[in-house]
Design a protein around this ligand. Structure first.
Ligand code: 4NP
Length: 163
C-alpha cells in the first residue's frame, strides 16, 4: 500500500474572523468524525483583524453546532502558506483572485473556491461575507461551510483508503 501524507488545508477569507475560522472548525470537526488525520488552518488576505479572536457571531454559530472556535486567532496569509499547504480554499471570487495573484510559480498548492467541494459541476457558489449583516447571515454561511467540510472529509477519507 502506498503511504499517503497527511493532507494540509488552508481556509482563506478576507478578515479571518468570520468565514474562515468557522470553516476551520467545521473541517476539523468532519476530519475527526471520519477519523482522518489532517493539518487544517485558516488565514485572511487583509490585516485588519490580525491577532483578534473570531467575531462573536461566528463563535456563537459554531457553538450552536458544538464546535468551539473561540480560541482561534486571526492571521494574514503569508508566502510560506503556498508551500506548506496542499489545498487552499477561498470563500469568494475576490479571495480566489487575490490568492492566485499571490501564489508563487513554484508552489504546488491547488487554489479553489471552497464551495466547489459541494457542486463541482454546477459552478461553485461564493460564501457570502456575513460581517456587515445580521446573525442570519452567519447561519447561512455555517450551513454552506458544513456541507463543504463534510464533502472534503469524505473525499480525503476515500483517497486515503485508496478508493
Ligand atoms: P471574513 O469577514 O472575511 O469572513 O472574516 C470580514 C471581516 C471583517 C471585514 C470584512 C469581512 N472588515 O472589513 O473588517
Amino acid at each position: 500500500m502506498v503511504k499517503m501524507s497527511v493532507p494540509r488545508v488552508l481556509l482563506v477569507c478576507l478578515g479571518n474572523i468570520c468565514r474562515s475560522p468557522m470553516a476551520q472548525g467545521l473541517f476539523e470537526h468532519h476530519a475527526r468524525r471520519l477519523g482522518c488525520q489532517a493539518v487544517i488552518d485558516s488565514a485572511g488576505l487583509a490585516d485588519f483583524h490580525v491577532g483578534k479572536r473570531p467575531d462573536a457571531r461566528a463563535i456563537e454559530a459554531a457553538k450552536a453546532r458544538s464546535i468551539d472556535i473561540a480560541h482561534l486567532t486571526a492571521r494574514q496569509v503569508m508566502d510560506h502558506d503556498f508551500y506548506r499547504f496542499d489545498q487552499i480554499f477561498a470563500m469568494d471570487m475576490a479571495n480566489l483572485s487575490d490568492l492566485r495573484a499571490r501564489q508563487p510559480q513554484d508552489s504546488m498548492a491547488t487554489v479553489a473556491l471552497v464551495m466547489g467541494l459541494v457542486d463541482p459541476l454546477g459552478g461553485p457558489a461564493a460564501v457570502p461575507d456575513p460581517y456587515f449583516g445580521d446573525r442570519s447571515g452567519f447561519e447561512t454561511v455555517i450551513e454552506m461551510l458544513d456541507q463543504a467540510a463534510s464533502a472534503w472529509a469524505a473525499q480525503v477519507t476515500l483517497a486515503h483508503k485508496g478508493g
